[in-house]
Design a protein around this ligand. Structure first.
Ligand code: ZN
Length: 161
């Protein structure tokens, strides 16, 4: 028998270090639900939520290293334009998958085009950002055996099959 885990439901508004809202659950009116320990949310936020009771509100500040990681300079590369798919119509902000230095598949974004050379960034768009989550704890319950087996929360705000 695996250790009993909980499903935690919370509302959040995520802002970056400049105070700009990046994402919020408030516009859906349904709190976000996740299964503890399943890696569904960033570790720094999960750690803070685990200490809250239903009804608690909290400003949770998560340093970049505990959020989407620091910026990895190795993932900022320049490549010849003709090596890229769709090279004639390439634009800043385009994304495509490529293999990173350790053989992992990464999503690269075009961050600059200089003549025949294209600057790519394989970091998560929020890498290097200290994040602030304004959270409100909405509900906590034991996960069902099915949720434990699937590795995610079901029902409102969770996973739908
Ligand atoms: Zn499921």
């Amino acid at each position: 028998m695996a250790t009993q885990k909980r499903v935690i439901s919370f509302h959040y508004t995520l802002t970056d270090s400049s105070g700009e809202v990046i994402d919020t659950s408030r516009d859906q009116n349904v709190p976000f639900s996740f299964l503890e320990g399943s890696g569904q949310i960033i570790p720094g936020l999960e750690k803070a939520l685990a200490l809250l009771s239903v009804g608690d509100t909290r400003k949770v500040e998560v340093a970049a290293a505990d959020a989407y990681g620091t910026v990895d300079e190795q993932l900022m590369v320049k490549v010849p334009r003709e090596k890229l798919p769709n090279s004639a119509e390439l634009q800043e902000g385009d994304q495509f998958q490529a293999t990173g230095p350790n053989g992992e598949v990464l999503l690269f974004r075009v961050i600059g085009i200089e003549g025949a050379e294209v600057a790519l960034d394989g970091n998560h768009p929020l890498a290097g950002e200290d994040l602030t989550f304004d959270v409100e704890m909405m509900a906590v319950r034991d996960a069902t055996p099915e949720e434990m087996a699937h590795g995610h929360a079901h029902g409102e705000g969770g996973h739908h099959h």
